[in-house]
Ligand binder design. Structure first.
Ligand SMILES: N[C@@H](CCC(=O)N[C@@H](CS)C(=O)NCC(=O)O)C(=O)O
Length: 220
């Protein structure tokens, strides 16, 4: 065994971006479920590994790393081939990938988390106009980033595609991804679905997330 353990839940978008990266790198790993609703992430045993109590958490032979964006960069750096395009070494290309990673971390995923955390933890079922607009802004930015290119930073698949797509494929659970407004985002997600590992690493979990929230939330 590789000695790599990923802690998480498959409905969680950032967990799925790590699964996409692990699978793209053909790495074997053990998946350990963390039941957030049962509060497992706030138990001492988990807090010792990740005091921020978030999933995903990576344990690479005793090295603990959290935040999906840090995890995916680490994985490609450690296990990718030297000329791996998934996280390019060229400074400008890498800066573009980093920008999309920070966009996911600070805007796109936060738009999702700000709606679904109040629902899961406090049963808040209403989505304010402001929160809905944050999701639509996110879709709009993705549409612009894509331009006429197949991937989110251009012509090659990178970890930025994994992070943004894990979130974007889950957001329709909250706000529709309208075909007339965001055709490039839809085509990009369909393109990623063709990856041989996509369904297992992201597709099934995203569907579970969408099904879980179907009919539960109301737009104000
Ligand atoms: N920026 C973090 C976000 C992780 C995150 O918010 N994960 C959620 C599940 S999707 C979580 O662990 N929530 C529990 C908590 O924050 O206590 C990442 O990309 O890993």
């Amino acid at each position: 065994m590789s000695g790599i353990v990923l802690y998480g839940l498959d409905i969680s978008p950032p967990v799925r971006s790590c699964q996409l990266t692990l699978r793209a790198l053909k790495l074997e790993y053990e998946f350990k479920e963390v039941d957030l609703l049962a509060g497992e992430h706030r138990k001492e045993e988990f807090l010792q590994k990740n005091p921020q109590h978030t999933i995903p958490l990576l344990d690479d032979n005793g090295v603990f790393i959290w935040d999906s964006h840090a995890i995916v960069c680490y994985l490609v750096g450690k296990y990718g081939s030297p000329d791996d395009d998934l996280y390019p070494k060229d400074l400008v290309k890498r800066a573009h990938v980093d920008q999309r990673l920070y966009f996911d971390a600070s805007a796109l995923f936060m738009a999702l988390r700000n709606i679904c955390a109040p629902y899961f933890y406090n049963n808040v079922t209403e989505i304010s106009r402001e929160k809905a607009d944050n999701v639509r802004d996110g879709y709009g930015h993705l549409e612009t980033f894509l331009g006429d290119k197949p991937y989110i930073t251009g012509d090659t698949l990178t970890i930025a595609d994994f992070c943004c797509a894990a979130t974007a494929s889950s957001l329709p659970a909250l706000i529709p991804l309208e075909a007339e407004k965001y055709p490039k985002v839809i085509a990009w997600l369909e393109r990623l679905q063709e990856l041989p590992y996509y369904e297992e690493a992201n597709g099934a979990g995203a569907k579970k997330y969408v099904d879980l929230l179907k009919g539960q939330l109301t737009l104000l």
